[in-house]
Design a protein around this ligand. Structure first.
Ligand SMILES: [Zn+2]
Length: 164
C-alpha cells in the first residue's frame, strides 16, 4: 500500500515526538532545544554518557577508578532527568573546588586557578580528573568552566556589596 506523502510525514513526526518523549522519560539520550547567543534555537545532539577515565596516573593521584559504572550511570541519570538548569549549575559548582595555584615568579599577576573535580559515591566525594567529570555528566569543558566562573564572580560581588 502506498501512503500519500502528507500522511506519511504526519506518521513520521508522531513517531519522532513519541520517541523523544520516551527517551526523556528514561533519562536516556535526549534532544533539547537551547538558544545560543544569537537567540537561535539549535537542536542538541543526543546526550550520552562518555567513556570513563582509565588513566594510570589517575589511579595514583585521583580516585577515578573508585567510581563504578553504576555510580556514573546513577549520577548521569539523576543529573539529566531530575534537575533543571539551575540545579545542575549548583550541583556542578558544589562538586568542583577552585584552588589558587602558587604563581611562578616569571608570570604576571594574573590569578591562576586549578580546579579539583569530584563525583559523589554515596556520602563520599571522590576526586576525579576533568575528563571523567565532564564525560560522566556529559557537559563540555567550556560549560563547566563558565558555570564556575559565574559562581565565583557572584561570590566576589556579594562580598563587595557587604563592604561599607
Ligand atoms: Zn581520571
Amino acid at each position: 500500500m502506498k501512503l500519500p506523502g502528507v500522511l506519511k510525514r504526519k506518521l513520521l513526526m508522531a513517531w519522532f515526538r513519541n520517541r523523544n518523549k520516551l527517551q526523556r522519560l528514561h533519562g536516556e539520550a535526549y534532544c533539547s532545544y537551547i538558544g545560543n547567543e544569537q537567540g537561535e534555537f539549535l537542536e542538541q545532539p543526543p546526550r550520552l554518557m562518555g567513556p570513563r577515565c582509565d588513566s594510570k596516573r589517575c589511579r595514583q593521584v585521583r580516585s577515578c577508578h573508585l567510581v563504578s559504572e553504576e555510580d556514573r550511570q546513577r549520577i548521569f541519570t539523576s543529573f539529566w532527568s531530575s534537575m533543571d538548569w539551575d540545579q545542575r549549575k549548583i550541583y556542578v559548582v558544589g562538586l568542583a573546588d577552585m584552588v589558587d595555584v602558587e604563581r611562578k615568579r616569571s608570570e604576571s599577576n594574573r590569578r591562576q586557578h586549578s580546579v579539583k573535580y569530584h563525583l559523589r559515591k554515596g556520602e563520599t566525594k571522590c576526586q576525579v580528573c576533568k575528563n571523567m567529570f565532564s564525560s560522566t555528566l556529559c557537559l563540555g569543558e567550556w560549560t563547566v568552566q563558565n558555570w564556575l566562573k559565574t559562581a565565583e564572580d557572584g561570590m566576589i560581588s556579594a562580598k563587595d556589596r557587604s563592604m561599607p
